[in-house]
Design a protein around this ligand. Structure first.
Ligand code: ADP
Ligand code: GLC
Length: 488
């Protein structure tokens, strides 16, 4: 099958979160199954053109009223046969930031920038004379592709092409004033028909939810949650209406990158049979973060975007967050790596100053993220909602027991500890509150001190979990086939 992935992020080229990991890893897995997968994304300023091949000739794209001339560059996902096509357009993408920069977190021309991406997908296919069976778009920034397919392109060469849209995070929808709608290149009657209209504004994500042939999201639990008002971010009604077309498929882990037995970014590699060597990573992490080196104290790690979705208000909120109490009342150490909302970064710096057993690094640091997974005993992820979540899966594979909230992909991957039997792979809290994070972290620390045999068994059990992309990729192929059946 020929599959075109339309995305605003893909590792190793551009990443703000798990979307980038998921798109590349899924593409690789499908390619290993023998499918012809290609990716299209913007050529952001930071992606070095010198490392890419320039496709000759400029490409004309016609979003809205204008004609835009773009360049096309081609690269490959590392060690693969998956081509990545980059749309080069100085005015749209020749700047720092993917969606925005600090101080302007959502560029005001994002509707134009990502409309260009949607239109470019079709022009590119014609240019390279490669017509996909499936156009698979990811999150709101790629939403226009399935909408254009349905309303403008499904004739001629694309008449047998079906669309699949994956929701990685329904909290981000791309909502703008409707005066920008002409940039999409759609007729005004499609403003309603394609589902763009949202309280008299335009909503890219909503358009894709209405117009795509099939919809998926990144875990079975999240697929159910988003059909309820608490989690649907106002889209629950449409998703209930389309519930027969919605499938939840758990993301996998790229075990070439996240594997404690061969991870080059950690202090000492280890596996189920050599789990003692995990302690060398704990020591390295404690040293790196300036904490007292001590194997006999539980170490809780956290790696996160510092945004509301991740439960940071309940944990670090200035007056009521529980991090200060956790670190001053429970005998443990805590390490945090993250960047995001300014208030939260300031709060982490304040905690850094006031607590000897707390250490935060504010910024983005790939290598440190691996060392935290390897060196921690527990991994804290009390998300308000979590479509899939990758870090809890990395944690399990690294024998680092997750402390998570019972939601989305966290609920699908972590089994709560049973203190009678010792079963489980982590510690689960139901309702998000400062108190429940405190209680559950305290419970984990209690087990660490008082039930070391349970903790050891849980670590080994966690490390043996399988989160291969091969299984998930097969489920996507089922969805692709169902989408093709729908249009034929
Ligand atoms: P989300 O996409 O909602 O942020 P995920 O758990 O799916 O959540 O993916 C987050 C990804 O981003 C993981 O690969 C994680 O390690 C990485 N990450 C997040 N913040 C940082 C950071 N400050 N430094 C390094 N990696 C980070
Ligand atoms: C989003 C979600 C995260 C998910 C990732 C990849 O960023 O917040 O839970 O793992 O997409 O699908």
């Amino acid at each position: 099958m020929k599959i075109l992935m339309v995305t605003s992020e893909a590792v190793p080229f551009a990443k703000t979160g798990g979307l980038a990991d998921a798109v590349s890893a899924l593409s690789l897995a499908l390619s290993k199954e023998g499918h012809d997968v290609r990716i299209i994304m913007p050529r952001y300023y930071r992606i070095d053109r010198k490392k890419l091949e320039h496709l000759s000739g400029a490409m004309a794209v016609h979003p809205g009223y204008q004609e835009i001339w773009t360049g096309v560059y081609k690269g490959m996902l590392p060690d693969s046969t998956v081509p990545v096509y980059f749309i080069d357009h100085e005015q749209s993408y020749g700047r720092d930031g993917i969606y925005g920069v600090p101080g302007e977190t959502d560029f005001n021309d994002n509707p134009q920038r990502f409309s260009l991406l949607g239109h470019a997908a079709f022009q590119l296919c014609k240019k390279i004379e490669w017509i996909p069976d499936i156009i698979h778009a990811h999150d709101w920034a790629a939403a226009l592709a399935p909408i254009l397919l349905k309303f403008n392109e499904r004739h001629g060469v694309f008449k047998n092409t079906a669309s699949v849209f994956t929701i990685h995070n329904i909290g981000y929808q791309g909502v703008y004033g409707k005066h920008l709608f002409p940039y999409t290149g759609l007729n005004w009657d499609n403003f309603y028909a394609a589902g763009f209209e949202d309280w008299d504004r335009m909503n890219f994500l909503k358009g894709a939810l209405v117009s795509s042939d099939k919809l998926t999201t990144v875990s079975p639990t999240y697929a159910k949650e988003i059909q309820r008002p608490e989690y649907g971010f106002r889209m629950d009604g449409i998703l209930r209406y389309r519930s027969n077309d919605v499938t939840g498929i758990l993301n996998g882990v790229d075990t070439d990158i996240w594997n404690p037995e061969k991870d080059p970014l950690i202090a000492s590699t280890y596996g189920v049979k050599s789990i003692k060597k995990k302690l060398l990573n704990k020591e390295a992490l404690q040293k790196h973060m300036g904490l007292p080196v001590n194997p006999d104290i539980p170490l809780v790690g956290m790696i996160t975007r510092l945004v509301d979705q991740k439960g940071v208000a309940e944990l670090f909120g200035p007056t009521y967050g529980s991090a200060y109490r956790i670190c001053s009342e429970i005998e443990l150490q805590m390490v945090v790596l993250g960047s995001g909302e300014a208030w939260c970064e300031a709060e982490l710096s304040a905690l850094n100053q006031s607590l000897p057993n707390f250490s935060a690094y504010i910024g983005y640091d790939e290598a440190l993220s691996h060392l935290i997974e390897a060196g921690s005993d527990f991994f804290l992820m009390p998300s308000r909602y979590e479509p899939c979540g990758l870090n809890q899966m990395y944690s399990l594979l690294y024998g680092t027991l997750p402390i998570v909230r019972n939601t989305g992909g966290l609920a699908d991957t972590v089994i709560n500890y049973n203190e009678q039997t010792g079963e489980g792979t982590g510690f689960v809290l139901d309702h998000l509150s400062p108190q429940s994070i405190y209680d559950t972290t305290g419970w984990a620390a209690y087990a660490w001190y008082n039930k070391p045999e349970h903790i050891k068994e849980m670590k080994l059990r966690a490390m043996k979990q399988k989160f291969g992309w091969d299984v998930s990729a097969k489920k996507y192929v089922d969805v692709y086939n169902a989408a093709l059946k729908d249009i034929r």
